[in-house]
Design a protein around this ligand. Structure first.
Ligand code: WT7
Length: 654
């Protein structure tokens, strides 16, 4: 029998939801029963959590797959749902955003403040000639104006395309041109690592290559000198002087809300298109269900950047549609010191924290003393997103951040899915460290083999989605064929996510990384994630990245790049001994088939700006190193190879 993806890692730890949280949870176990009984009616119920100016005629039109229409004929305004209705309900004075700049400056914006600014920005954009259906590029640091800019676009029906502020001129210009954007909203710069980091010069260069841009709106954040052209307008002279009255117009449920480009590692970035009613329904419901968000009492903080889909769905649309109070932070986690995040949790009394495994592993590497120095007792739900979370990183998160009694929700989703798809529910699910557990109510996820047959419990294969969901991408901007080819052609009638996954003996789901990264070792398909998790389960290891390199005997061989924990002696002979111990540890944990051929000890790993490991680059390095080499921390040649690779990758998006 040929395995699709080996199932090597066993995990037996379980954590029941805390009784008090379960008792008071927003969503209980009956949600699954309800959704199983009538999936579409379940989503209609969630859509009714929003205010619609015109009800829909039909919940789902799936007559022409894979082109879906949700809540057909319905009309609503996204900004109205995120702002006006909370003000109208008497919550205008409630804090929407506690903003903290990297230098330590702060701003507090109530729902009334955010509403006023958004109305002004909507009027200013209208004055600049922006109309419903036009595209607006947003290239901003993590300042409240980023949320305002997005909401102002939504309010007037303009489609926003947020471009991450760390991206290059080429990446920005490519995205502006692909969407034929009319306006760019940017800033002079933002603060990163203790100093101003300019944005405007990048925009100037990108705009020079982009004839569709008519106007550039510039927020003054750092006060540094900027070049100025007749297309440029200061935000404070344009938006902040505009009229404060603006009536939100309703838009069709399928009106394009935003485009967000995913950086394909090789090909041209894909402009993922999301629309209005279905997107907001699922972003809003999942915020309520997965984080158990109580708008009256919780203080929520998502550490993502607005440039990623996590920032769209879980900083802007999810929290604000629910009337949440949240923290927004501008800068890096180690400025001015490695405890900055925990100081912020302490200062604002954050109750729900949503962050990424890369950050959790970095914090593990820095050491337990940083979280221990802050009061984290306010936290009650912890979330993770972006990559598979290794069981030991999950345990570290729960123990050191969640004082050993806080549920950890590992949430699987993608830019394409728009909102969370697979996750525990904090008041219902008994979690397992490293597992995203079950599809949410109303979501049909499965793991299939090469032929598209559902694998039995204990089996591994490809993650698919069998039924359409409200916040699904509608197409790739300007390229329906690529949309069909990329996501809907691998398996008949199913959405192909591109991730490997397995079902454990209970049928719970474990994500195993991108299928492109799977290693073929002596005829066995082994996931990089499982070998990485085995390495991270050794007490001397903080982080690990694993790739397959060509091998004359086994086809591919496993090569691991490993960062030792801060306190571990890994120089010279001690390093060689550690490498031997780690190879044996993996063989013992996963079986001899998974024993790495080579382990290199490194101080850093190459990552994209969204924190994902650049495995393509590591594969190149692994291929170029000869077999016999032992690489301990004293040996800098591997790091030289990595940084050369990073330099040549710099002109790419990531
Ligand atoms: C890819 C999507 C979803 C917002 C941020 C990333 C990986 C995401 C998990 C998770 C294992 C995960 C997958 C997915 N991923 N969350 N909880 N466990 N893997 O969005 O940049 O579109 O990336 O991130 O590989 O396909 P994205």
């Amino acid at each position: 029998m040929s395995e699709t993806l080996a199932n090597l890692l066993q995990e037996n730890r379980r954590f029941e939801p805390p009784a008090a949280l379960a008792e008071a949870a927003n969503v209980k176990a009956d949600a699954y029963t309800e959704a199983d009984a009538d999936r579409l009616e379940f989503w209609a119920t969630q859509a009714r959590r929003l205010d619609w100016t015109k009800p829909w005629d039909r919940i789902l039109d799936w007559d022409n797959p894979p082109f879906a229409k949700w809540f057909v004929g319905g009309e609503l305004n996204v900004a109205y749902n995120c702002l006006d209705r909370h003000v109208a309900a008497g919550n205008g004075d409630k804090v929407a955003i506690h903003w903290e700049g990297e230098p330590g400056d702060t701003r507090t914006l109530t729902y009334a403040d955010l509403h006023k600014l958004t109305c002004q920005a909507a009027n200013a954009l209208t004055d600049l000639g922006v109309r419903a259906g036009d595209r607006v590029a947003i290239y901003l640091p993590m300042i409240p104006e980023a949320a305002v800019a997005m909401l102002a676009c939504a309010r007037i029906g303009a489609t926003h395309s947020v471009v991450f502020g760390g991206f290059s001129v080429d990446a920005l210009a490519g995205r502006i041109q692909d969407a034929s954007a009319k306006v760019v909203i940017t800033a002079d710069g933002g603060y990163r690592r203790g100093k101003p980091s300019a944005l405007k010069p990048t925009v100037d260069e990108a705009v020079a290559q982009s004839p569709t841009i008519e106007h550039v709106l510039v927020v003054r954040r750092t006060g540094e000198d900027v070049a100025w052209s007749d297309k440029d307008h200061w935000w404070h002279e344009t938006v902040e002087t505009a009229g404060e009255q603006h009536e939100a117009q309703p838009f069709d449920a399928e009106h394009p809300l935003f485009i967000l480009y995913t950086s394909g590692t090789t090909a041209k970035p894909k402009g993922i298109l999301h629309t209005t009613g279905g997107y907001l329904t699922q972003a809003s419901y999942t915020q309520h269900a997965v984080f158990d968000l109580k708008p009256e009492t919780d203080v929520y903080w998502c550490t993502a950047d607005i440039g990623w889909v996590t920032g769209h769905s879980y900083i802007v649309y999810g929290p604000l549609s629910n009337g949440a109070t949240q923290v927004m932070y501008e800068g890096t986690p180690d400025t001015p010191h490695k405890g900055r995040f925990w100081d912020i949790v302490d200062k604002y009394g954050v109750t729900i924290l949503y962050t990424a495994p890369t950050l959790i592993r970095t914090m593990m590497k820095w050491g337990d003393e940083f979280p221990a120095a802050a009061n984290l007792s306010s936290l009650r739900v912890l979330g993770s997103v972006g990559e598979p979370i290794n069981p030991e990183a999950w345990m570290w998160y729960r123990k050191n951040i969640g004082h050993d009694n806080t549920p950890v929700v590992d949430t699987w989703w993608q830019t394409e899915t728009g909102a969370i798809m697979i996750s525990p529910l904090p008041g219902v699910t008994a979690t397992k460290p490293g597992s995203a557990m079950r599809p949410l109510p109303g979501i049909s996820a499965d793991v299939v083999d090469d032929e598209g047959n559902s694998v039995p419990n204990g089996g591994g294969g490809f993650l698919v989605l069998r039924e359409p969901w409200p916040s699904m991408l509608r197409t790739i901007w300007g390229d329906d064929q690529r949309f069909v080819d990329t996501y809907w052609s691998r398996f008949q009638g199913m959405y192909f996510a591109g991730d490997g996954a397995k079902k454990d003996d209970d049928g719970d789901l474990w994500l195993l990384g991108r299928v492109d990264d799977v290693m073929l070792v002596s005829g066995h398909n082994i996931s990089t994630t499982e070998v990485e998790s085995a390495l991270v389960s050794h007490p001397s290891v903080a982080e690990a990245a694993v790739v397959g390199a060509t091998d004359p005997t086994t086809g591919q061989a496993i090569v691991a790049f490993t960062i030792p924990r801060g306190s571990v002696d890994s120089e010279g002979d001690a390093g060689e001994a550690l490498i031997k111990e780690l190879r044996d540890h993996v063989a013992k944990t996963l079986g001899p088939i998974a024993k790495p051929r080579q382990i290199m000890l490194v101080p850093e790993l190459p990552k994209t700006r969204s924190g994902k490991i650049m495995r393509r680059l590591l594969r190149d390095v692994a291929e170029r190193r000869s077999l016999g080499d032992v690489t301990t921390l004293q040996d800098s040649t591997v790091m030289d190879l990595i940084s050369d690779g990073m330099k040549s990758a710099k002109s790419d998006d990531e």
